[in-house]
Ligand binder design. Sequence first.
Ligand code: ADP
Length: 150
Amino acid sequence: MKRAIFPGTFDPFTIGHYSIVQRGLKLFDEIVIAIGTNQAKKTFFSLEKRKEIINQAFVNEPRVKIMIYDSLTVDFARSIQANFILRGLRSVTDFEYEHSIADANRKIAGIETVILFTEYEYSYISSTVVRDLISYGKDISAFLPPNVQL
Ligand code: ADP
């Protein structure tokens, strides 16, 4: 069974994230969306809310699981027998970051990172943009996965 984790902060989970997971389901039998809590950074949405949003998006998809972790990502992956890390790539900036992390993860744990290029129409969508729009009272439903209500 091919299991991957899709790790991130997901503050909040956007339609860009959703698209990566949907496409990843063609490659993997199971995807664990892993909400990381080890970074000291303060989030806009609570952990419960971030989890609930992802849950709404995948309520009808038994091959997607949601878990919370606070360890090193590769240690978490190994603890649940996941041999792959799924990530999305929007830009050259993402590339530099993902490249160095992927190399480190393969060296220290033998875990391969599988990167999918974003779909063109989602390339500008980020959790940061969504948070900014919310704080100015804008409707962000087009940036969220289908069936998600904040
Ligand atoms: P992190 O804090 O680890 O960067 P994020 O929640 O910001 O977590 O993102 C998780 C993953 O989703 C990263 O690989 C990121 O590049 C990817 N991602 C975010 N937004 C998009 C998007 N619009 N299209 C494709 N991938 C995306």
